[in-house]
Write a protein that binds this ligand. Structure first.
Ligand code: ADP
Ligand code: TRP
Length: 376
């Protein structure tokens, strides 16, 4: 039995089919026979949600979605990161052994820094260009004026961008991986299922563990492993690219029926006519989504329709079939969520129960940590 943990941020826009098939359900399967926990990383979401009410609501919404999917009797411990009081204290203690140079390497921080530096470099280039043109005699007054104007406009945009970056590049961006390390090692977790974008954070966690153990000359923390499920194929979105929030091509699991229908109906498909044979189903976005959610028999039946002529079957019909399969597939989750929404006190009670377990676990570990570092 392994101790497994993962975290999800509560930054709004609810779960989509890609998350469900690529992360949420696989985590549920990994959890079987293990000691598994999943938490809503509201402390990690603080920087992108700068409004208390919104963050609170979004955090609860995510908790409800996980409860709806795993079921209220799930053996998985579902908790809110901020309910565990000692987690930020542990983060502070870990900060003490975390080299600055390690944090400097973080992708999240480097991206921010590079964008800002790029914006400033662009601004300087424009200023130089501006000066060079003003002194030149080769261009007419009108051309010079229009260049002047566009340089002025762009200067303002870039300046604003640079300001934005310097305001938003705060210590949270820098310290993010240390809090993440605390989230994992504070409960002695060994395995962490995450997406590929989190691999570096897990490496940093291991570096922090080594630094701590070396500094204090004891094996206080264990090094966790990232579990990356390479076998999970990316679920396509409505435009055929990987389904993702950032492409706005996703089908939300808990969206209302109208939106669900709209999304399914706007899946990009071929243009063959109803009586024509369709192109290769394996290259069709509708079919590729359908086969994930339909039974093997339904999938074969749809394939036959794609390959037949003169049966009055078009892509619109295929979308309607997909919609009906999806509606059935998602029904239990959606109903469970509705029920939980009606009973927030029940959800809070469940979260409190789980928070109690995790608080006790962290407290036990913190007893050892504080003894070792000398702050008890
Ligand atoms: P998004 O791309 O929508 O921002 P995230 O990066 O938040 O999604 O992904 C959270 C988890 O869901 C990750 O573990 C990721 O591997 C999984 N996931 C996201 N989109 C897909 C997809 N289209 N197919 C399979 N898994 C996905
Ligand atoms: N950083 C993760 C993300 O962006 C969320 C997260 C926070 C996390 N703490 C964690 C994931 C601990 C795994 C373990 O998705």
């Amino acid at each position: 039995m392994k101790k497994i943990i993962t975290g999800v941020k509560s930054t709004g826009s609810s779960m989509h089919l890609g998350n469900l098939m690529g992360a949420v359900l696989p985590f549920g399967r990994t959890a079987v026979g293990n000691d598994a926990a999943i938490f809503i990383a509201d402390l990690h979401s603080l920087t992108s949600v700068k409004d208390g009410k919104t963050l609170r609501e979004q955090t609860l919404e995510v908790a409800i979605e996980y409860l709806a999917i795993y079921g209220v009797d799930t053996p998985i411990t579902i908790f809110r990161q901020s309910d565990i009081r000692g987690i930020t204290e542990l983060m502070w203690i870990l900060t003490n052994v975390t080299p600055y140079s390690l944090m400097n390497r973080a992708h999240s921080f480097k991206d921010f820094q590079q964008k800002r530096e790029q914006a400033i470099a662009d601004l300087n280039y424009l200023k130089w260009k501006h000066d060079a043109f003003s002194e030149s005699n080769f261009l007419t007054k009108e051309v010079l004026e229009s260049i002047d104007k566009s340089i002025h406009e762009r200067t303002i945009i870039i300046q604003k961008l640079a300001e934005d970056f310097s305001e938003n590049l705060n210590m949270w961006v820098f310290n993010y991986p240390i809090l993440m390390a605390a989230d994992i090692i504070g409960y002695d977790c060994e395995a962490v299922p995450v997406g590929k974008d989190q691999i570096q954070h897990l490496e940093m966690t291991r570096d922090i563990v080594r630094a701590f153990n070396k500094t204090y000359g004891q094996e206080v923390f264990r090094e966790p492993e990232a579990i990356i499920d390479e076998a999970v194929a990316a679920l396509p979105g409505i435009d055929g690219r990987k389904m993702s929030k950032s492409y706005d091509n996703f089908i939300g699991i808990f969206d209302d029926e109208k939106i669900l229908k709209k999304r399914v109906m706007s899946i990009v498909s071929g243009s063959e006519w109803v009586d024509e044979k369709k192109k290769n189903p394996d290259e069709c976005n509708i079919y590729n989504l359908y086969r994930v959610f339909a039974t093997p028999e339904q999938t074969v039946a749809l394939r036959v329709k794609y390959e037949s002529e003169n049966i009055g079957f078009g892509y619109g019909h295929a979308k309607t079939e997909l919609l009906s399969v999806l509606t059935e597939y998602l029904r239990p989750y959606r109903e469970a969520r509705e029920k939980l929404l009606q009973n927030p006190a029940f959800v809070e009670a469940k979260l409190a129960e789980w928070a109690h377990i995790m608080n006790a676990r962290l407290e036990e570990k913190m007893g050892v940590v504080k003894e070792v570092v000398g702050v008890n």
